[in-house]
Design a protein around this ligand. Structure first.
Ligand code: G6Q
Length: 543
């Protein structure tokens, strides 16, 4: 039976009507009308302060957005996730990454079994292993301590670990060297290992399914690389560990399951950085910092689960983002961390957000008649300022921004940090309030140049401010975005936890691979473009 679309509900209609009334409102006016707007439109939780005053919203907008959340039963959907209902409908799975960071005292059941003891048992095994490696007590096959660590994984088994390693480098054991190999392109493996000595190298094969083509190819190459030097199968047990849900495949690959750290099918790949997939993070920063990171995640989980929506950070960010996506038809959001350690955070969010909410079919199997996920992109400030900010300030597209800043630097150097923070505050101010042609002319700019030098303003942003980039703050920041994604997915009636859109290309690649490698000229039955490209590749490959 056809279900009525979200757009036919009273809250959506009210928002559409409200949009017509307020779409021309200027942030300049909104701030002039309310002298304490900058203090009122703020919210704080789990170590993060959010200023959302520079948005094209009024109290009424917020009220209507909150009605939309109520109409979608967001509260009920949040409860269902935390309870372990199979909310990942298309894969018939529970979604319980939040359980991975729940304290030992919690009780969360999946199919009648409390999963918390199992989670903590894996964490304890990971901690014991990390202590050994970090202390130089985990010896390679020839008796040398492990000093180089290569994480092999892709997608959710790579982006979280890379991002967290970079973000928390300040807390990392510098005597250990970390590399990350993800791409099936042999250059990735070759460059990551070219200066490594197999005798002191440990490979972490991170794959939930242990079937992923890229990861299995890289793991096979790593195995051969290791055996070429160490010349004994017994060496694998000292130089390989696996992070997976698939013990049978791990064993078939030749990794002793005693060296496997498990997790569960209710942990989605892009939500897995707090599972065993975080082993590289724990090796780098140590078990204590890792547990602090989990505590930060948990603090935001609890905030999301319990805080009233009008003071709920992920809910507010989710609703305001939806306001631009669905009513202003904004296509993109820029994530702009003013912290060099967060340089991989935008790449991490690309997957988290776009793989989760880049869908056009509702849970009832109907096409959506509204926009879903925005395009997320970004770079650390201030580098982005000298790159694409031009378009955000003066281009034809509305691109809401998420600025992220910290009050304290992890590397205080002269006045670097005040300069950095003055830039982030200035950018948010410039975007919101702009500079009129009259103001530009009043400064003495020539008439003809004034249109080029003026800034329209009225360009919205969030500003997230935390005291310092600690493991706990990173945890709450990531959980904030995880739950923002959930909020939007719940309202859009889509499944944020599947990713069927990645399947077709994988299947077609399996068909094409033998056609590329065939020694005889194969019969090709693709479209004329694909056929011609395959023939050309075969010719060029031979020459
Ligand atoms: C994430 C996706 C995907 C996945 C990779 C790696 O949510 O499911 O990015 O993480 O395809 O999968 P494996 O961990 O199974 O190798």
């Amino acid at each position: 039976m056809l279900q009525p679309s979200l757009t036919h509900g009273p809250s959506w209609k009210a928002l559409a009507a409200h949009y017509d009334e307020v779409k021309e409102l200027q942030l300049r006016e909104l701030f002039a009308q309310d002298p304490i707007r900058g203090e009122r439109f703020t919210c704080e939780a789990a170590g993060l302060f959010l200023d959302y005053s520079k948005h094209r919203i009024t109290d009424e907008t917020l009220r209507l957005l909150l009605n939309l959340a109520a109409e979608a039963d967001l509260q009920g959907q949040i409860a269902a996730m935390f309870r372990g209902d199979h909310i990942n409908l298309t894969e018939d799975r529970a979604v319980l990454h939040t359980a991975l960071r729940a304290p030992k005292s919690y009780r969360i059941e999946v199919d009648g079994q409390n999963i918390i003891p199992g989670i903590h048992a894996v964490l304890d095994r990971m901690a014991a292993f990390c202590e050994q490696v970090r202390a130089g007590a985990w010896l390679g096959y020839t008796g040398r301590p492990i000093r180089r660590i290569v994480n092999i994984g892709i997608g959710g088994s790579d982006l979280g670990p890379v991002m967290a390693f970079e973000a928390l480098k300040h807390y990392a054991a510098r005597e250990l060297d970390f590399r990350f190999v993800s791409n099936v392109d042999g250059s990735d493996f070759a460059e990551a290992t070219r200066d490594l000595d197999p005798e002191e190298t440990l490979f972490i094969v991170a794959s939930k399914t242990f079937t992923t083509q890229e990861t299995m190819t890289n793991a096979g190459t790593a195995r051969a690389w290791c055996l070429a030097a160490l010349k004994d199968e017994a060496a694998i047990a000292r130089h390989f560990v696996a992070l997976s849900t698939n013990a049978a495949r791990v064993a078939a690959f030749g990794i002793d399951t005693a060296n496997m750290f498990g997790f569960w099918d209710w942990v989605g790949g892009r939500y897995s950085m707090t599972s065993a997939i975080g082993l590289s993070t724990m090796l780098a920063i140590g078990p204590e910092h890792f547990r602090n990171m989990l505590a930060g995640f948990h603090a935001m989980d609890e905030h999301f689960r319990t805080a009233p929506f009008e003071r709920n950070l992920p809910v507010l960010m989710g609703l305001i983002g939806l306001w631009y996506t669905d009513f202003f038809n904004a296509q993109a959001v820029a994530v702009l961390p003013y912290d060099q350690y967060l340089k991989r955070f935008p790449a991490y969010l690309q997957q988290l957000i776009m793989e989760s909410n880049g869908k056009a079919t509702t849970l009832a199997g109907q096409p959506v008649d509204y926009q879903t996920s925005a395009i997320y992109f970004g770079e650390p400030g201030t580098n982005g300022q000298h790159s694409f900010y031009q378009m955000i300030h003066q281009g034809t597209k509305l691109i809401p921004c998420d600025f992220i800043a910290f009050a304290q630097s992890l590397n205080p150097l002269g006045d670097h940090h005040d300069l950095l923070v003055s830039n982030v505050l200035a950018q948010a101010e410039a975007l919101a309030f702009g500079k009129t042609e009259a103001e530009v002319k009043a400064e003495g700019t020539a008439e003809w140049l004034a249109p080029h030098r003026s800034f329209p303003g009225n360009r919205p942003s969030n500003l997230l401010l935390a005291e310092c980039l600690t493991p706990a703050v990173l945890g709450s920041l990531v959980a904030l975005y995880e739950h923002m994604v959930f909020t939007q997915g719940a309202i859009w009636c889509i499944d944020p936890f599947d990713q069927w859109g990645v399947e077709l290309g994988k299947v077609l690649a399996q068909r094409i691979q033998p056609e590329l490698e065939d020694t005889e000229e194969p019969e090709l039955n693709h479209d004329s473009s694909t056929n011609a490209l395959i023939r050309r590749y075969r010719r060029l490959r031979r020459s």
